[in-house]
Design a protein around this ligand. Structure first.
Ligand code: ATP
Length: 358
């Protein structure tokens, strides 16, 4: 949702150092459940084993295997994978709700693995908030008190926390429901309370663990739009877990695809669709309407030697679906231009090729 430039679709390398402009940096992160789990990441032979073989050989289950990625400030980073791929374990390892077995996690410059109990409490109260699938609301507390709860724990004055709770309740569209109990609200509205509660403490980072998967499809679409709107308004860094590719493509500036605990590909939606890293990703993205995801950058070609270059000019980051009309109506190929430089051209054949696959 923030403007992103095209990047390589290959997974980030563990030896890449995080740049200064990174909110979350994960390096070689492992979570292994089972006996003597510590030996798995450090033993190259065990570390390389697929999940089922490792389980047979050692009795250990590698939920998260050697993950490395960076999330930039203000980015929506989606972690996508089927059930059991390790998404929830990963997101819980970020704030040590689950203790990682090995690796490094930096959040806004703070080394999470070295943090003591007090620092972790501070981190969870001030820096990072989580929105869960099952809302996690306190059933006997009114909406306003649920939203203000984190601020109460933080020891903030009642007037301050109620004022802040009113502010975020309005932000998520729940004005008028301050005194309702959670059970009096629909699923979508309860999740709005969850969102408001996460936003109340003004954290730098929001973590979402499949927040909408229990909701009906239409409500779910509303809530996705709500996240897009909120992200635009509050501009937080977000890590969003989902098993739904269309949700990932809709929300994610970048998407990490996980399989059996490992990262298969990290990239923008266009990179996953335009250059899938392997057959697994290719199968996943097969049904995606490509014109909605690919940009002109992905389909442009070099101009032919004798081609007349007087067609209209478009930016390389324009989606194909938004360029179809301009391309088909033009009498010459559209010129794809960035900062005054001609990158390539797009004609009828290129757009129709993508639209036909959509
Ligand atoms: N405490 C635990 N002990 C042993 N194995 C665990 C534990 N927690 C999770 N696992 C296993 O780790 C793997 C990854 O689980 P995880 O819940 O992270 O996956 P997920 O992608 O979030 O799946 P879902 O979408 O179903 O929540 C699964 O095989 C799961 O059974």
């Amino acid at each position: 949702m923030t403007a992103t430039t095209a990047r390589s679709g290959t997974p980030e390398r563990a030896d890449d150092l995080p740049s200064a402009d990174v909110d979350i940096s994960v390096r070689n992160l492992w979570k292994v459940f089972g006996p003597k789990a510590d030996r798995v990441p450090t033993d190259p032979e065990l570390a390389a084993l697929p999940r089922t073989e490792l389980k047979e050989k050692t009795g250990c289950l590698a939920a998260v295997c050697d993950l490395s990625f960076d999330v930039e400030p203000g980015q929506v980073f989606v972690v996508m994978g089927l059930s059991g791929s390790g998404k929830s374990t990963l997101v819980r390892c970020l704030t040590r709700l689950i203790e990682p077995t090995a690796g490094e996690v930096l959040i806004q410059g703070r080394n999470i693995r070295e943090a003591d109990e007090k620092a972790l409490r501070e981190l969870r109260r001030h820096q990072v908030s989580m929105v869960f699938q099952h809302f996690g609301l306190l059933p006997h507390r009114r909406v306003i008190d649920n939203v203000a709860y984190g601020l109460e724990i933080r020891g903030e004055k009642k007037t301050d926390r109620l004022a802040r709770a009113h502010e975020v309740i309005e932000l998520v569209g729940l004005k008028g429901f301050e005194n309702s109990l959670p059970r009096q609200l629909s699923g979508g509205m309860q999740q709005r309370v969850g969102l408001a509660r996460a936003l109340a403490g003004d954290p730098g980072v929001l973590l979402f663990d499949e927040p909408f998967s229990a909701l009906d499809p239409l409500i779910r679409r509303d809530m996705q739009n709500e996240v897009i709107r909120l992200h635009r308004e509050v501009g937080k860094t977000m890590v969003f877990i989902t098993h739904d590719l269309s949700e990932a493509l809709k929300l994610g500036d970048r998407i990490l695809i996980m399989r059996d605990g490992r990262q298969v590909q990290v990239g923008t939606g266009a990179e996953l669709v335009g250059a899938p890293a392997d057959d697994y990703v290719r199968d996943f993205v097969q049904e995606v309407p490509k014109a909605n995801v690919l940009t002109l950058r992905w389909i442009m070609r070099p101009p032919a030697a004798d081609e007349v270059l007087d067609g209209p000019e478009l930016d390389p980051d324009v989606l194909v679906k938004d360029a179809v009309r301009a391309v088909l109506e033009a009498t010459a190929p559209v010129r794809v231009v960035e900062s005054g430089e001609l990158l390539g051209v797009v004609g009828d054949a290129e757009v129709l090729g993508v639209v036909a696959e959509s």
